[in-house]
Structures are given as structure tokens and as C-alpha cells.
Design a binder for this molecule. Structure first.
Ligand code: ADP
Ligand code: ZN
Length: 500
């Protein structure tokens, strides 16, 4: 049996920490004794120690498979700082450097060896492993094996070979993505049939969740930063590179220390920007999701989304970068009808097969459910990851419960107005016109087309424009209305809407 006091001693002497956190101690013990493990822990939970400590407890070298070169380099640098003999093998090395590291590994001079997956599964990679005395395999970001996930990597599928080739070596797979499907896929595809699953609560109590309708997103963002997070570090996620650059420029023009980051910058430029964000206080990073995994900055006070993420997993991973120091932090998002339409369109236009599209749509629907819920956001999020809790008291809906009204009646009015306008004119209309008619606005367009004579004219004067937009958004979300983006955003009833 592995000696637990040895684990604690390594933790203290090598890493400088007094105690294990959460389930770390149990995981370390299990793996040190040769067991396989699947570790589900939220970002910032402390996954690295779960394989680093047992690797140091067991004879031989711990082989860590990680898809991210930058992350690998940071970890190896930190380990070496702590006196651990760690190296990495990835595409950033030239032939001679790689050869030298392989020689060190063969001579048994390494405690930890980080390897890029595409490198490991080559003949040369496996030949190297054959020659080594291996303490354990750690498969980081194990959700990359999931074909439906947002980080799928082909080479991860080939990692199953480790189970066959080195059956006596314990394997530990780790991820911050934990929905039921991904969990099953990881166990199956990595051949972790006998692995013990360690699932830590995904709750991040220090993060406050807030999701608001999009009105003027850049102005809303500016207000958030000025009023609530002045001088604080934060990340702003946008969908496109163009929007990243424009948003960063807008913030800079308003005196905020903002930087843009996306895959269009070269590697040096990206590194330099990430470094400034990490080292300096109060930098706001405006980025695409290219800025993500491997950011280890504890005092990010807010993560803002100006565009709707594709899935709850993505959203949770991105917002999880806030408040890793455990102090209050905020996850803030604005979204609108255009986001729903745009994401649906991206799925429709993608080259993927029907199964994939169905899965992508289901993920998007779950994400939209989070946006539209009138209940506790945290409750919704954790339920998605299989945990149940009561209302949290630390999200917008808990703190300011949204006013609810009879949605069926409003829905009927809106659907009927779309139908009547179309029947009267012989063609369809967009959101603005329909809402004007509902609210009884005598616009030129309404008068010209005689829509002021329709029975639905003015029947919705009790709700304001923003409320009608919310009703519309929900009906589109629920697929009672389609937005025809190839035809000026005309609203169309769907089969389902007849029931309403
Ligand atoms: P993850 O990979 O799960 O996102 P990391 O392994 O990068 O998390 O750890 C997140 C942060 O928490 C790091 O700064 C790490 O040093 C710190 N940490 C992890 N475990 C402990 C511990 N037992 N005591 C104190 N700090 C810890
Ligand atoms: Zn709540």
C-alpha cells in the first residue's frame, strides 16, 4: 500500500502546499497504488497534482499526454523550478533537442515526461515508451476524445493503445467536462473500464452568474467594466476576430487597458499578450475562444460573453477562468435573438452529418435554456453536470427574480400577428414590423399595408418592445418561429406553432 504520509511530504517539500484539496488525496492514493482513474474536476480544481504527486511516488517516469504546447511548457518550467526532473516532447523542439530528451528518458533520468498526443502515437513515440520504466500515464483534457465535443482531437482516439500495450501501467484521465455522454465516451474510448471515477462538485460558489438581453452590447460591456470592475483583470469573449478587434479598440478608446487576442496573431504576439495579461494587474483580454485552456491567472475578476457560446460545457469552461483565487468574481453575458439565429445557421451550414448536427442543436438548446430560464442559473448549470442543489442566492435570477407573466397568451398574440400580416400582404415580415403592429404603432409601413386594420393591431400594447423581443426570442428558441435569414429575417410559423 502506498504510504499517505509520503504523498503529503512530497506535496509539502516539492510543491510547497500544506494539504491536499477536495479529492486530491484520495486520487493520489488510488493512482499511487496502481489503480486507473477518471478525474472530473472543474477548471482550477487542482488536477495537475493528481498525477504529478503519484508520478513522484512510483518508480519510473510519469508520462503526461497534453494537447496544449503552451500549457506543457508552463508546467514543465514550474516543475523544474521545484526541482523535479521534467521535460517535454512536442513540435517546438528541433531534432537534436528531442533526441537529447529521449536519451535522458531512456537513462531513467526523468520524473515526468510531457508528450503531445500526435507524437506519442507515432512508431517512434511508442518505441520510446517500450524502452521506459513508466510510473503512470496521465491523459490530460481527456474530453478531447469525444467526437461531439468542442475540442475533439483525432489522435486522442489512438490513446486506447496504451491500455493494450502497457496493461500494468496505471492510467489517469482528467477533464473539466463532465456531462454524462462525454464521461461515457472517455471511459469507453480510452479503455478505462476498471477506472474509478472521481467526480468533484463543479460548483464555483464565488462566481456570480448574470445573463441579460443584448441591447447595445459594447455599451453594456463598457458599463459593466466601468461601474463594477474598474481596474480589474477580466476576459471578454467574442465569436469573431473582427468583433474581438473592434471591441478591444472601443475599450482602449475609453481608457481601459484592453488587449485583443485571436488565432490570427502569430505565436510570438500571442505569447506576449498572454504574458502581459498574466503578469500585469487589471488587463482586460478581449479574445476568441482561442484564448483559453492553460490560463492560470488566479485573480480574473470577470469573464464576459458578448456572443452566445455553442454549449454549456464551453460556457462553463470559459466562465471557470474567473475567480480561481476563490474571491468573488462574475460571469456576465448578453445575448439576443441574432445570437440564436446565427448559431442555428452555423450548424445548418456546416458540412457535418445529420447525427452531428442533431447533437450540436441539442447542445445549443441546452445553452439557450440557461439563457431563458427564470430560475436559478447555478441550479440549471449544475443540473446539466448531474448535480442537484437549491437556489444559490448568487445569480441574477436569485437576486432579482424576473417578473413572469402568462406567456401562452403573449405567444398566441405574436404567432397570430405573424400569420395575419403575412396573409394580408402575401409575404412575411421581420421582427420590428410585427412588434410595431402588436403594439399598435401607426408606422408608415403599417399604414401603407393596411395592417392597422388587422385584428391583431394593438392587441399587444400591454407589453413594451423589449418584452416582445423576449417573447419572440423564446418562441424562436422553442422552434415555434423560424427566422428566414436568407430573406431579410422574415418570421415564419413552424409546424409546432399551430398547437399554440
Ligand atoms: P486545473 O488543472 O484543475 O485547472 P491546476 O492543477 O492548474 O488546476 O491548479 C489550479 C491552481 O490551484 C494552481 O495554481 C495550483 O497550484 C493550485 N493548487 C492545486 N492544488 C492545491 C493544493 N492542494 N493547495 C494549494 N494550491 C493548490
Ligand atoms: Zn441562483
Amino acid at each position: 500500500m502506498a504510504d499517505p504520509s509520503r504523498a503529503t511530504r512530497i506535496l509539502r517539500e516539492v510543491f510547497g502546499y500544506d494539504a491536499f484539496r477536495g479529492q486530491q488525496a484520495g486520487i493520489v492514493q488510488h493512482v499511487a497504488e496502481g489503480g486507473d482513474a477518471l478525474v472530473l474536476m472543474p477548471t482550477g480544481g487542482g488536477k495537475s497534482l493528481c498525477y504529478q504527486v503519484p508520478a513522484l511516488m512510483r518508480p519510473g517516469v510519469g508520462v503526461v499526454i497534453s494537447p496544449l504546447i503552451a500549457l506543457m511548457q508552463d508546467q514543465v518550467a514550474a516543475l523544474r523550478e521545484a526541482g523535479v526532473r521534467a521535460e517535454y516532447l512536442n513540435s517546438s523542439l528541433d531534432y537534436r533537442e528531442a533526441l537529447a530528451i529521449e536519451r535522458q528518458a531512456r537513462a531513467g533520468e526523468l520524473d515526468l515526461l510531457y508528450m503531445a498526443p500526435e507524437r506519442l502515437v507515432t512508431e517512434r513515440g511508442l518505441a520510446l515508451l517500450d524502452d521506459l520504466d513508466i510510473a503512470l500515464f496521465a491523459i490530460d483534457e481527456a474530453h478531447c476524445v469525444s467526437q461531439w465535443g468542442h475540442d475533439f482531437r483525432q489522435e486522442y482516439l489512438q490513446l486506447a493503445v496504451l491500455a493494450e500495450r502497457y496493461p500494468q501501467v496505471p492510467r489517469i484521465a482528467l477533464t473539466a467536462t463532465a456531462d454524462e455522454n462525454t464521461r461515457r465516451e472517455m471511459l469507453e474510448r480510452l479503455h478505462l473500464t476498471h477506472a474509478r471515477v472521481f467526480a468533484q462538485s463543479f460548483d464555483r460558489p464565488s462566481i456570480r452568474y448574470r445573463i441579460a438581453p443584448k441591447d447595445n452590447p459594447r455599451r453594456q460591456l463598457l458599463q459593466l467594466i466601468r461601474d463594477e470592475h474598474p481596474g480589474q483583470a477580466g476576459i471578454v469573449y467574442c465569436l469573431s476576430r473582427k468583433s474581438v478587434e473592434e471591441t478591444a479598440a472601443m475599450l482602449v478608446a475609453h481608457g481601459i487597458d484592453a488587449l485583443a487576442y485571436h488565432a490570427g496573431f502569430d505565436a510570438d504576439e500571442r505569447r506576449e499578450r498572454q504574458q502581459r495579461f498574466t503578469d500585469e494587474a487589471g488587463v482586460v483580454m478581449v479574445a476568441t475562444i482561442a484564448f483559453g485552456m492553460g490560463i492560470d491567472k488566479p485573480d480574473v475578476r470577470f469573464v464576459a460573453h458578448l456572443d452566445l457560446p455553442k454549449s454549456v460545457e464551453g460556457y462553463y469552461q470559459e466562465t471557470g477562468r474567473a475567480g480561481r483565487d476563490g474571491l468573488p468574481a462574475e460571469a456576465w453575458m448578453v445575448y439576443g435573438l441574432a445570437d440564436v439565429v446565427q448559431q442555428r445557421r452555423l450548424i445548418d451550414l456546416s458540412e457535418a452529418d445529420e447525427t452531428f448536427k442533431r447533437a450540436a442543436n441539442a447542445k445549443l438548446d441546452a445553452m439557450l435554456g440557461l439563457c431563458e430560464t427564470a430560475g436559478c442559473r447555478r441550479q440549471y448549470l449544475l443540473a446539466y453536470f448531474g448535480e442537484s442543489i437549491g437556489p444559490c442566492g448568487n445569480c441574477d435570477n436569485c437576486q432579482n427574480p424576473p417578473a413572469t407573466y402568462d406567456g401562452t397568451e403573449a405567444a398566441q398574440k405574436l404567432l397570430s400577428c405573424i400569420w395575419r400580416c403575412e396573409r394580408a400582404s402575401g409575404y412575411g415580415f421581420g421582427a420590428q414590423h410585427i412588434i410595431d403592429v402588436l403594439r399598435g404603432q401607426r408606422t408608415e409601413k403599417a399604414l401603407q399595408r393596411g395592417h392597422d386594420k388587422l385584428s391583431t393591431f394593438g392587441i399587444g400594447a400591454d407589453l413594451d418592445e423589449a418584452q416582445w423581443r423576449a417573447v419572440l426570442r423564446q418562441l424562436v428558441t422553442l422552434r415555434f418561429i423560424n427566422v428566414d435569414h436568407d430573406n431579410y429575417g422574415v418570421l415564419k410559423l413552424t409546424e409546432d406553432s399551430r398547437a399554440v
